[in-house]
Design a binder for this molecule. Structure first.
Ligand code: GUN
Length: 292
């Protein structure tokens, strides 16, 4: 039976550290501030944004809550980002994804000043990650790396299989895990992968970030593997109060009987993403205050 990894507890330690850093900044008259931009009313995006703003407040940080209609033009959004880039009271800028279809995500992300790119999605941030230079690391991959470091397993030389190649999770995670400080051997699987199970069964560490509920079944994993579930799929559940519940990319019940470690959904990767965001905002504010 697998040990269930308590993402909330690990995240809490990171948030407490960010809170201490915030208190030190406040003493110097700097209040870390994240501008959070959300277009439209998607309930999942709204709930993520609410959770992020709550965590900022708990750390003693400020947030600029910018909720705009889904019909906002790309030009208006770019103008808003330009003004946030210039605003010295704003240390970080987060534009919640996905954006409405009429807006080019790439244009918007590239418009953010890399010094305020606490999501780590800007080409400069991702380029630095690839090159091993210091920069903002995307929060979900960074949170997963932090979780893995907490486990009593050897990461050096381990075979990590990443399911999914998104720009915000799969791709940066693969780069991060293969860096020398973690030193895993990484395989990326995606929708074009043939005989997926034959590859996932080789994984010492399996990270499921495919966005498909219960994609990973028990026969797809090696006994004793560490399984990290990034999926946050809303599935219908008439017995639930809201009519739906969250389901990960992993068949939790079956896989937890075979894995050595497993993250739950919710309570695994999600809290780590938020903790890393808070840490990045502290970092951005320190850099703006030249405290490094
Ligand atoms: N949408 C899903 N995850 C994220 C994230 O980490 N940051 C932003 N900005 N949007 C997201």
């Amino acid at each position: 039976m697998a040990v269930i990894i308590d993402g909330r507890a690990i995240a809490q330690k990171i948030r407490e550290d960010a809170k201490r850093r915030t208190a030190a900044l406040l003493e110097r008259g700097i209040r870390p501030c994240l501008a959070v931009v959300l277009l439209g009313e998607d309930p999942a995006s709204a709930s993520y944004v609410n959770a992020k703003e709550k965590a900022l407040a708990e750390a003693g940080m400020d947030s600029r809550d910018l909720r705009l209609p889904a019909s906002t033009s790309e030009a208006d959004l770019l103008a808003l980002i330009a003004s946030l880039n210039r605003d010295s009271l704003v240390h970080g800028i987060l534009v919640q994804l996905p954006l409405p279809r009429h807006i080019r995500e790439e244009r918007v992300i590239t418009a953010i000043d890399p010094a305020k790119d606490v999501d780590g999605f800007h080409p400069v941030s991702l380029g630095k990650l690839v090159l091993g230079q210091t920069g903002f690391i995307p929060c979900t991959p960074n949170g997963i790396a932090a979780l893995l470091r907490e486990l009593p397993i050897t990461l050096n030389g381990a075979h990590a299989v990443v399911l999914g190649r998104s720009n915000i999770v799969g791709k940066p995670l693969a780069i991060l895990l293969s860096r020398r400080d973690i030193n895993a051997t990484v395989t990326i699987c995606h929708t074009g992968t043939k005989d997926l199970a034959s590859i996932t069964r080789q994984a010492d560490i399996l990270i499921a970030a495919a966005g498909k509920p219960a994609l990973v079944s028990a026969d797809m994993i090696k006994a004793g593997a560490a399984v990290i579930d990034v999926g946050v799929n809303r599935v219908e559940d008439p017995s639930a109060k809201k009519g739906w519940r969250l389901r990960g990319d992993v068949d939790f019940k079956a896989v937890s009987e075979k894995a050595a470690y497993i993250t739950p959904v919710p309570g695994g990767v999600g809290p780590m993403t938020i903790a890393m965001l808070i840490r990045n905002v502290a970092e951005a504010a320190e850099q703006a205050g030249n405290l490094h």
